[in-house]
Design a protein around this ligand. Structure first.
Ligand code: GSH
Length: 236
């Protein structure tokens, strides 16, 4: 059986990582059995979560994992034409390579109140003796990554203007459809859900969350996906 390694489930959402949530939502959408093991990125083959074990040596990166699931189990994108496939990839890049960094900034850098909530969620299970040291080490590392990406050099209002633009794109593209490409979920929906649930239903306050909450179709998309695939979580 597939084993998914990801962060601990917290905040009443499937996972505090959009990438972990994307993979788990893909697994639930294709409806195959899997087990979950809560862990931290230091155990991962590439130092990042999620990763999976499925027979062969474990491997990470949500995109590689989904390629594997498509090849060996079910391809949610098989009925897309090449234009739809291209658009789906472009929007996933927007979510995972741009919007992701704005959420990272919100959690690790924007306010001390957000940092405290994020720190407790990620490092809360570590022994109090070393927790502050490890959390501070990772905070420094993530801030360096945010700076290296480029958005760490902008002001908060510039950063959130960029993020809000991405939210507008997602809202416009979803429109009044049930899923991003119509009536059936595709890989893009798993990526969008992973990100949007992590903005809309998280206790991390920011102008990005405020803006996303004004987009009724995105709020309903998150709620619909939770109701469809995560009833166990809602009743927990
Ligand atoms: N491209 C990777 C990104 C995974 C990723 O960035 N994971 C973060 C959590 S959301 C992580 O484990 N970061 C730990 C670190 O950077 O040290 C994927 O799609 O899986």
């Amino acid at each position: 059986m597939i084993k998914l390694y990801q962060f601990n489930c917290i905040w009443g959402i499937p996972n505090l990582s959009c990438f972990c949530c994307k993979v788990e939502t893909y697994l639930r959408t294709i409806n195959i059995p899997y087990g979950v093991k809560a862990t931290l990125p230091s155990t991962a083959p590439k130092g990042k979560l999620p990763y999976i074990e499925d027979g062969n040596p474990s491997f990470g990166d949500s995109a590689f994992i989904i390629t594997h699931l498509k090849r060996h189990y079910q391809d949610l994108d098989q009925s897309l034409n090449s234009l739809e496939q291209s658009i789906s990839i472009v929007i996933q890049r927007l979510i995972e390579e741009n919007l992701f960094w704005i959420t990272l900034f919100s959690r690790w850098q924007y306010t001390e109140a957000n940092w405290r909530i994020n720190k407790e969620a990620i490092f809360g299970s570590i022994s109090p003796l070393i927790r502050n040291f490890i959390a501070a080490y990772y905070r420094r590392k993530i801030k360096q990554q945010i700076y290296g990406h480029g958005i760490g050099r902008y002001t908060p209002s510039e950063i959130f203007a960029r993020g809000n633009q991405d939210i507008d794109v997602l809202s416009t593209f979803l429109g009044n459809k049930a899923f991003f490409c119509g009536n059936l979920p595709i890989t893009l929906d798993t990526s969008a859900f992973g990100m949007l649930v992590n903005i809309i239903q998280c206790p991390i306050e920011s102008p990005l969350k405020d803006h996303a909450l004004t987009k009724q179709n995105l709020v309903e998309f998150v709620e619909r996906t939770l109701n469809h695939y995560y009833l166990d979580l809602k009743s927990a």
